[in-house]
Design a protein around this ligand. Structure first.
Ligand SMILES: CSC[C@H]1O[C@H](OP(=O)(O)O)[C@H](O)[C@@H]1O
Length: 362
């Protein structure tokens, strides 16, 4: 397997050999250590998602799907009501780990749908169906990322400068990634890009993960501090911005890693197209606008202490640490999904995309 394929096909979340646990690549250890964790209990799975050991909207959904299957498989009852009571308890617990990425609740709701659709069957058969569904969720993600990568690649050309924020590569999904997928696919076809990766404070997904994936894959990546994006764009080094997404509202407002909306505003100012790339499962038509998207707030020590040898602010100094922000739909040139590129007016474009999805399941 060549170095590029080792990256695009990285095993970041999978079922264990005995099909009883979830095995993840601990992303908090990258880029310095490659550490795999085996998650057997609900607490292990919750902690892995909450601490971003597994992260990125699709990867979180896949981990939760495998996780709720493993917890169900450990059930010690053949009584459906008892089985379902425990299933709901575990589902609600895992769903409470992180609120913004829709893929977490989307995957868990889909798994619950399998239980309810088969409640007349023996519990053992339901458990088997849950494993099949979790594997299909991952298989769909692989097909989805590949399709997004094709559509995304149609927006750029050989030699383009691309600016990214946070990480939406293979580590955040199952293969290729969403925002980074077109770059890896283009590289496979002999294309070259000059990628500028925002380090993405405070958890440095860009530095630790995006530049790791791109460098390992042999792509030209330049790591920049978030406050350098404006100068890089002003210098004319960026022809497009590609970012991922965690939840998209019905009007096209898109929630993504904190700092993304600032990148979009800069891109608008410099006349650079700003694209959001993500699966249709990230579009939440129950959120009318970005105002309806709940933004996760995280511990202040991620700002003050986490990556420093000593605190960089006084203990008494308070912090504000939102993990995401919302980019207004007016700043987005296109939303690249596995069924095509949505453009304003996004409400109408989403209706068309969902029609295509109903008629042409990937
Ligand atoms: C392919 S979705 C990636 C998306 O998720 C990241 O958030 P986190 O690292 O907190 O899971 C970020 O918003 C990425 O754009």
């Amino acid at each position: 397997m060549d170095e590029l394929t080792k990256v695009t096909h990285i095993d970041n979340v999978k079922l264990s050999e005995d099909k009883r646990s979830v095995v993840i690549l601990d992303q908090t250890q990258l880029p310095n250590r490659t550490v795999y964790l085996t998650l057997g209990s609900a607490e292990d799975i919750y902690d892995a998602i909450f601490e971003l050991k597994v992260r990125g909207a699709p990867a979180i959904g896949i981990c939760a799907a495998y996780g709720i299957y493993c917890l169900a498989a450990a059930a010690k009852t053949d009584d459906f009501e008892k089985f379902y009571m425990q299933f709901k308890k575990d589902k609600e617990y895992l769903d409470s780990s992180r609120p913004t990425a829709v893929n977490l609740s989307w995957a868990l709701n889909r798994m619950e749908g399998v239980v309810l659709a088969n409640k007349e069957k023996p519990v053992s058969e339901i458990i088997s169906l849950l494993k099949t569904e979790a594997c299909e969720i991952q298989a769909e993600d692989i097909r989805m990322c590949r399709a997004i990568s094709e559509y995304g690649l149609s927006l750029i050309k050989d030699g383009d400068g691309i600016l990214t924020h946070c990480n939406a590569g293979p580590l955040a999904t199952s293969r290729y990634g969403t925002a980074l997928g077109p770059l890896f696919l283009g590289k496979e076809r002999g294309m070259e890009f000059k990628v500028f990766a925002d380090e993405t404070r405070p958890l440095l997904q860009g530095a630790r993960l995006t530049s790791y994936e791109l460098a390992k894959g042999g792509l030209d990546v330049t790591l920049i501090c978030d406050n350098m994006a404006s100068l890089v764009m002003k210098n004319g080094w960026v022809q497009a911005c590609f970012v991922g997404c965690d939840r998209i509202a019905a009007n096209g407002d898109a929630a993504n890693k904190i700092g993304t909306s600032g990148v979009a505003i800069l891109a608008k100012y410099y006349g650079i197209p700003f694209y959001v790339l993500g699966p249709t499962s990230t579009i939440d038509m129950d959120c009318a606008t970005g105002e309806d998207i709940r933004i996760e707030l995280r511990d202040e020590n991620e700002i003050k202490e986490k990556f420093y040898s000593e605190p960089m602010a006084l203990k008494e100094v308070k912090c504000y640490n939102p993990a995401f922000d919302v980019t207004d739909h007016s700043l987005i040139a296109g939303i690249v999904t596995e069924y095509g590129i949505c453009r304003a007016p996004f409400n109408e474009s989403f209706q068309e995309i969902f029609r295509k999805k109903r008629e042409n399941r990937l």
